[in-house]
Write a new protein. Structure first.
Lengths: 238, 228
């Protein structure tokens, strides 16, 4: 039951889930989102690089543009083989056009955590983009320079490479507080202490969830600093 | 409101997406020569770096010449021979005949398989293929056989005159006042004389000017923009 600490605290789902989902609030990237909205609507191929928040940003784009045959999202990290872009687009076909072998027009393709893209897939993106089937394509990775992409696609991306800035500690704390609905079972001081011991927003969320788990396990109602020190000490010992 | 909506456009007029004829601005003479060569039967190689309009030329020819044409892209498609056989007329297929006087447009020729050139040359000599236009980034690196290479006419698309910059701008945004002709040439230069990079930079400059509320961009604005 400790794992389901959130139920005791009145949440239906774990508010400290590590993977971004629809409806999550995104802090600190308003300007970037505006820029991406423009770039998508103006028809561009873009690259988004950064260690964290890439998926969360893409989720916001899906929220804005979603609808049948509008957006195709694929997390390449979870795939063993490189996806076929053509098949990805085919999945977006509307039921009435599916049998006519026609692709939907003006689709937005979001390829998350790309490590490499074959010449064939790059060519397909270029082809469908030129045909107007793809309105815009956004690829993401930790580091653009380490991704293996054919030169022809790199040329189309051009200077449209956006680096996700790292969030400040205050912004990260705001995210946690917002997620737990500003309830006091995880006090700000404790979040700040965890933030000092973690490197980014994802690990902060994971460690806050662990702290909540520990709190529930010990039958307490509020996380305290002593608990956090113990938690990290035990992790260090492991 | 985006800069292009304010100028009365529904879509971004400076998109890098090729439109039917836009990307052929500046290539009128070369196009006339290519079409002539194709009609009399020849092998042509269009050499150009990324964004110089090779695929747009192939697309234009495919639309312009209402003939037995096969467009094949080595980066997307698997077998050239299978594609040629599929492209035959119903009668040719029924009678198991090989194609005749076909026009081949072969994109991304730098990725071609050297084995293909032997049968292609045979098809060309036997008049099964009347003309072939290859497009690629580097003629020297294509695995042609000797005879084929000697028969191929090379057209380089890299050397584009700076006046193209003005033509592209006038075609995409007729009557615009923001960028002068001299400035357009300078932006083209700063875009390494590459049409695609030029379009990208133009889009960003129009957006920049819209953001600043400017009606005309000065030389200093442009230089500052590129420094950024």
């Amino acid at each position: 039951m400790s794992k389901e600490w959130y139920k005791k605290k009145g949440f239906k789902k774990n508010p400290l889930h590590a993977e971004p989902i629809f409806g999550d609030k995104l802090f600190g990237y308003d300007a970037l989102l505006d820029e991406l909205f423009y770039r998508i609507e103006a028809g561009n191929i873009l690259f988004l690089e950064g260690k964290t928040s890439k998926t969360a940003v893409l989720m916001k784009l899906i929220e804005k543009y979603r609808g049948e045959g509008k957006v195709a999202y694929l997390n390449c990290k979870s795939l063993e083989e490189e996806p076929d872009i053509q098949l990805l687009l085919a999945k977006g076909k509307k039921i009435k056009t599916r049998e006519l072998e026609r692709f939907p027009r003006k689709m937005i393709i979001l390829l998350d955590n790309v490590t490499s893209l074959s010449e064939k897939n790059a060519e397909k993106i270029k082809f469908f983009f030129d045909q107007g089937i793809i309105l815009s394509a956004i690829l993401t990775a930790n580091d653009y320079s380490n991704v293996s992409i054919p030169g022809s696609l790199r040329h189309r991306i051009g200077n449209r490479v956006y680096k996700l800035r790292e969030l400040t500690q205050d912004e990260m704390i705001d995210i946690i507080q917002e997620r737990i609905d500003f309830k006091d079972f995880l006090p700000e001081d404790c979040i700040r202490l965890i933030a000092k011991k973690t490197k980014d927003i994802k690990s902060l969320i994971i460690e806050c969830d662990s702290a909540m788990f520990l709190m529930a396990n010990e039958g307490k109602d509020v996380v305290d600093e002593n608990m956090i020190e113990r938690m990290f000490h035990e992790k260090g010992a492991r | 409101m985006s800069w292009y909506s304010e100028l009365g456009f529904k879509h971004n007029p400076l998109s890098i997406r090729p439109t039917e004829n836009n990307n052929l601005i500046g290539y009128e003479k070369i196009m006339q020569r290519i079409i002539y060569q194709v009609k009399i039967g020849n092998v042509i190689f269009l050499e150009g770096s990324y964004g110089t309009g090779k695929s747009s030329i192939l697309r234009y020819i495919r639309n312009k010449l209402n003939k037995d044409i096969l467009y094949f892209n080595y980066a997307r498609q698997k077998s050239l021979k299978t594609s040629i056989m599929k492209r035959r007329s119903a009668l040719q297929k029924l009678l198991f005949l090989k194609p005749k006087k076909m026009l081949l447009l072969i994109d991304e020729a730098n990725l071609a398989d050297s084995k293909d050139f032997d049968f292609l040359y045979e098809y060309y000599i036997m008049d099964r293929v009347k003309s072939i236009i290859f497009a690629g980034t580097d003629f020297k690196k294509v695995p042609f056989n000797k005879a084929f290479k000697a028969d191929t006419k090379l057209y380089k698309l890299n050397e584009i005159r700076a006046n193209l910059a003005i033509e592209i701008l006038n075609h995409r945004l007729p009557g615009q006042q923001l960028i002068s002709q001299v400035m357009a040439k300078r932006i083209f230069q700063l875009s390494s004389n590459n049409p695609r990079s030029y379009l990208e930079n133009l889009e960003d400059l129009f957006r920049y000017a819209h953001h600043l509320g400017r009606k005309k961009l000065t030389k200093k604005d442009v230089e500052d923009f590129f420094k950024k």
